[in-house]
Design a protein around this ligand. Structure first.
Ligand code: TMP
Length: 211
């Protein structure tokens, strides 16, 4: 069945991934492409409520398995209520700020939950829906955190060691799947990076007959 295109932006906090997702959305919208920009956890009413629990900085004792299941619960809802319709009915380009690779990087890499378990539960939550392309905006932890001026939420407060493991996990997954996960240098100037990402995405959208 012909469908839309599913693009995911990933990276540690402060990497610039959300800015890049917004810039790409704007560029595609200006080309009259139907785009749905969404994020995880969130993107639905239930997902936004789960997000509030997950990022509540007064709840720092959440068990890692609870955390994993909440991220996956928000994702299951997101796919069932929004992403599948956008992709398979509206045939839109879905741009999702974080998806399954975040769970693999943070809950398997960061929280050290067995990666096979995370993958297996992830498949159950997503029904096996994978992105067409993941844009990984990579930046070292120190620089990324220096960019964050807001008060740190529960996950951001997890510490430098945790985020070093997250970044390492991201890069390791990207190394193993270079065609599906493209790494971009988050240290580059915002618009330079946007141009580089656009080139790769436009190539994919041209091949899919969308551009
Ligand atoms: P955001 O601030 O980039 O929207 O991300 C929310 C936080 O949730 C961020 O610290 C990363 C974390 N997260 C996970 O730990 N696992 C996940 O599966 C997702 C989607 C996000």
């Amino acid at each position: 069945m012909k469908s839309g295109v599913f693009l995911v932006f990933e990276g540690i906090e402060g990497s610039g991934k959300s800015t890049q997702a917004e810039l790409l959305t704007k560029a595609l919208t200006e080309k009259d492409v139907e785009v749905d920009l969404t994020r995880e956890p969130g993107g639905t009413e239930v997902g936004d409520k789960i997000r509030a629990v997950l990022l509540d900085s007064s709840l720092d004792e959440m068990h890692p398995r609870t955390e994993l299941l909440l991220y996956l619960a928000a994702r299951a809802e997101h796919i069932a209520k929004r992403i599948r319709r956008k992709l398979f009915v509206d045939k839109a380009v879905v741009i999702c700020d974080r998806y399954m690779l975040s769970t693999l990087a943070y809950q398997a890499g960061g929280r050290k939950i067995d990666v096979k378990t995370v993958s297996r539960l992830g498949k159950f939550a997503t029904g096996g829906l994978d992105p067409d392309l993941t844009v990984l905006v990579d930046l070292d932890v120190e620089r990324a955190f220096a960019r964050l001026d807001r008060t740190h939420d529960r996950i951001e407060k997890a510490g430098t060691e945790f985020h070093l493991r997250v970044r390492k996990a991201y890069l390791e997954f990207a190394r193993r799947s270079p065609a599906r996960i493209r790494v971009f240098d988050g240290a580059k100037e915002k618009m330079t990076l946007h141009e580089e990402i656009k080139e790769v995405v436009y190539d994919l959208l041209t091949r899919k007959g969308i551009l």
